[in-house]
Ligand binder design. Sequence first.
Ligand SMILES: [Zn+2]
Length: 141
Amino acid sequence: MAARKKTLGGSTKPSERLRTAGLRPTRQRCVLADLLFRHGHRHVTAELLHQEAEKAGHAVSLATVYNALHQFTHAGLLQQVIVEPSHSYFDTNTGPHQHFFDEDEGRLTDISADISVSGLPQPPKGTKIQRVDVVVRIRRI
Ligand SMILES: [Zn+2]
């Protein structure tokens, strides 16, 4: 479980990373940031991160994990990818990129190729397009 350590400041200490993003480095936030960022880019759900925290011996409620993931997202540390209304993934890669969603395994992976989206509509008056998320859903054949 080493490799890809140096990607985008992957070796930054959790408390430093939180402080830089303008978040107070509480113990629980540090625990979650450490689990999220120590192995390079990844996609996690709140449930998965909650399980990892418990497995590592940290008593953190699922609600706390949800709150932290949303706070990290607002602070620019994560990108939220909504696959279904009830199913969000949080992505440590905040750069522009798109995803495959494996419906059989419930797994999100990055698409390495560039995708072009054409025919985007004019956004409603007084708004601008912030970003376009493409989720290509796949199944086993
Ligand atoms: Zn991604």
